[in-house]
Design a protein around this ligand. Structure first.
Ligand code: FPP
Length: 216
């Protein structure tokens, strides 16, 4: 979800206004995906292991925004049939946010239309290292076929479509294991301007691509 800061700057607003508008886009895209018959999982990169480098007020604003979002969003999760999950290491976040996260997971655990996964303090390499350590501690030999069991939320499956907004053409440490065969889409649209219509265009384009998974 890249481009919140630039969206705000273009309008002469502080960066945090871009994050606020970005949260609105999260709601719209989540509702769109929950009502799409073939989308089962939506993973959103909300805070990376590198985002702690940002100025403290911006980090604090993002965590408060997240808390507020989860509080306001519960009726939407219930109405739209969305189960809430997170990936990433939640340890460094404040107790209030962690409590809200756990309550939201518990309240939505039986919802079936979509799993919305927020990547929080997430890094793909970090997830892989933690998975390897978990396996090691349990005395399990890692194989491609059992690696998923040790990821932050097992069973989410491989990524089909990976979208990056905001014009940069890199993965920035996102879902490194699960994206091995993902179809990549890069758009110049800034995240707050991203819309269900553009998502539909991406899905349309996805179905036109030939996926060979290494075969011919
Ligand atoms: C990247 O844009 C965006 C983030 C680091 C934060 C993403 C957060 C949200 C979309 C809102 C909160 C999330 C939820 C789930 C309510 P940037 O700030 O790097 O933008 P820039 O590249 O234009 O500076």
């Amino acid at each position: 979800m890249d481009g919140n800061g630039r969206w705000a700057k273009k309008r002469g607003l502080p960066r945090i206004k871009g994050h606020e508008q970005g949260a609105e886009t999260v709601r719209e895209i989540t509702t769109f995906c929950a009502n799409h018959p073939e989308i089962k999982v939506l993973t959103l990169y909300a805070f990376s292991t590198e985002n702690w480098k940002r100025p403290k007020p911006e980090v604090e604003f993002l965590t408060r925004l997240l808390e507020r979002y989860l509080k306001n969003e519960l009726p939407v999760y219930m109405k739209e049939g969305v189960r809430f999950e997170t990936i990433g290491d939640l340890k460094p976040f404040g107790e209030k946010l962690k409590k809200r996260i756990n309550e939201t997971k518990e309240a939505t655990k039986n919802n079936k239309k979509l799993i919305q996964v927020l990547a929080l303090n997430y890094g793909g390499r970090d997830e892989i290292v933690r998975a390897a350590n978990k396996a090691c501690q349990r005395g399990v030999e890692l194989k491609e076929s059992n690696f998923d069991d040790f990821l932050d939320v097992p069973g989410l499956g491989d990524v089909d479509i990976l979208v990056r907004t905001g014009g940069e053409m890199r993965l920035s440490n996102f879902l490194l294991w699960r994206s091995a065969y993902a179809e990549l889409f890069f758009t110049n649209t800034l995240w707050p301007d991203f819309s269900p219509k553009e998502m539909e265009e991406i899905i349309y384009e996805f179905y036109k691509r030939e996926r060979r998974f290494g075969g011919i």
